[in-house]
Ligand binder design. Sequence first.
Ligand SMILES: Cc1cc2nc3c(=O)[nH]c(=O)nc-3n(C[C@H](O)[C@H](O)[C@H](O)COP(=O)(O)O)c2cc1C
Length: 193
Amino acid sequence: MQKHKRKSVDPIYSMCVQPSFIIGTNNEDGTHNFAPITWVSATQGEDDGYYLVISMFGTKRTKLNVIRTGVLSANLVSRDMLPLMDYFGSKHAKDGKKNDIPYGVSRGEVIDVPTLDESRWVYECKVVRSVETGDSTTFFCRICNIQIDERLSPKDIFDVDLTVLDPVIYSGKYHSIGKMLGEIGDFCKPGLE
Ligand SMILES: Cc1cc2nc3c(=O)[nH]c(=O)nc-3n(C[C@H](O)[C@H](O)[C@H](O)COP(=O)(O)O)c2cc1C
C-alpha cells in the first residue's frame, strides 16, 4: 500500500463536497423567492425517516422567510439548471424580484411552498428545530413530501440513480458526478480463486 505524501496548511480551506439545492420560500406578500443553498446534509429524524439539515448565514431573504414561515422546498439542481442557480445566487431578493430569466413555479403537493418545475427531486419541508452558530442558522427540517422524476422507481430507500438526477456538486466550484461505482459491500468481497 502506498503512503500518500501530504502537507499541513492553515485550517481555512473549504473542501466540503456539497449537493446543490435551490431553496424555495414564501415572501411576506405571498410571492415566491428562490436562492441556492449548498450547506445541505441529512441526519436521523425523531420519528420515521431523516431530517434535512440546511445552514444559512447572514440576513438573506431566504433565511428570514424560513424563520418567519417555518417551511421551505429544497429543489435539487441538475446540470441543466446551472444558469438558474447562478442567477438566483447572484441576485439578492432585497434588490428586487428575481424575474430576469424565465422559470416555472408550482406549489408543493403537501406543504404550501413554491417549487421549481425544472427540478427532478423536490423536498417539501417543515422546520422542527434551528441552531445558531455565529452568523449562521442551521435548520433541521422534517421531510413531509418528496416529488421525484417519473423515470425513477426506487426499489428501496437507497436505490436512487444519481445518473438520472445528474446533480451539480459544489465545493467552491461547480462539478458534475461521474460513473456509478457500485454498492456497499461490492469492494470487500473475498477474492475469486
Ligand atoms: C453555489 C452557491 C451556493 C450557496 N450556498 C449558500 C449556503 O449554503 N448558505 C447560504 O447562506 N448562502 C449560500 N449562497 C448564497 C445565497 O444563495 C445568495 O446570497 C443569494 O443571493 C441569497 O438570495 P436571497 O436574497 O433571495 O435570499 C450560495 C450561493 C451560491 C451561488
